[in-house]
Design a protein around this ligand. Structure first.
Ligand code: NAP
Length: 251
């Protein structure tokens, strides 16, 4: 008998999250497409359903404790008790330190760190009960330091420590926790960075590709492939790791 496992992917309405949601559906998971607005996740759900998969669009701000609990309760009720969590929701508020506002700091730290903590805490009970679970947190090569991203780099480095701690605490329940640190991936997030520095996106990606050992920028599918591995049945002995998916050793 094959068990249908339920996966939760945050920030899944577009970009990397949408790529991960579609890949996990193809891998056989029922997928909760969580994003700020439920309506934003509907096209991804429709695409998954058109391909014969099961999915549910759920609106929630991952930094809001009540909204997270309500979202996870609804997913358990309507889709199945979740045993896979991909913490992907993210924002950028780039600025050099001397120009960075406290609001820009709080917003970024809240979505990435508080959001991943709240989601993991809300879902872990289903994983420990099942004696099986997979948590994947989206870090970034920016965790190594990136000009103009003090808030984001701190959050992404923080996620690596968070991941390793979850691996230590949850391992004995059959739950693994790993982080993926992408390099340059073509999404609206990198398009926004190009706009901020005043470069056409095409020129921006070309310039980025010139610095990447495999001589191209990444696509959401590149990250989805790594997620697919971490959440697979066979990856149960891989935990607490940070995988740089950046076309080279770092970026
Ligand atoms: P994206 O295109 O900007 O998509 C992010 C998604 O997250 C959006 O759908 C956004 O919703 C949603 N979101 C934002 N805040 C949220 C919140 N509080 N609650 C729920 N959903 C929220 O970004 P991406 O490039 O796919 O990035 C995905 C993840 O990978 C992020 O964690 C990012 O930091 C990380 N990453 C990306 C790159 C890259 O090169 N693109 C590199 C390294 C790491 P709205 O549309 O409503 O804002």
């Amino acid at each position: 008998m094959t068990i249908t496992r339920t996966a939760v992917v945050t920030g899944a309405a577009r970009g990397i999250g949408a790529g991960v949601a579609k890949r996990l559906a193809r891998d056989g998971f029922a997928v909760a497409v969580v994003d700020l607005a439920e309506a934003a996740g509907k096209p991804v759900v429709e695409e998954i359903e058109a391909g014969g998969g099961r999915a549910l669009a759920v609106g929630a701000d991952v930094a809001d404790e009540q909204a997270v609990q309500a979202a996870v309760d609804r997913i358990a009720e309507e889709l199945g008790e979740p045993t896979v969590l991909v913490n992907n929701a993210g924002i950028i508020r780039d600025n050099l330190l001397f120009k960075m506002s406290a609001d820009d700091w709080d917003a970024v730290v809240n979505v990435h760190l508080r959001g991943s903590f709240l989601m993991a805490r809300a879902v872990q009970g289903y994983m420990t009960k099942a004696g099986w679970g997979r948590i994947v947190n989206l870090s970034s090569t920016s965790a190594l330091g990136n000009r103009g991203q003090a808030n984001y780099a701190a959050a992404k480095a923080g996620l690596q420590g968070f991941t390793k701690t979850l691996a230590l605490e949850l391992g004995k329940f059959g739950v693994t926790a790993n982080a993926i640190a992408p390099g340059f991936i073509e999404t609206e997030m990198t398009a926004a960075t190009a706009a901020r520095v005043g470069m056409p996106f095409e020129d921006f990606t070309k310039a980025a590709a010139a610095q990447i050992p495999v001589a191209r920028t990444g696509k959401p599918e590149d990250i989805a492939h790594a997620v697919s591995f971490f959440v697979s049945e066979g990856a149960g002995f891989v935990s607490g790791q940070v995988l740089y998916v950046a076309g080279g050793p770092k970026a």
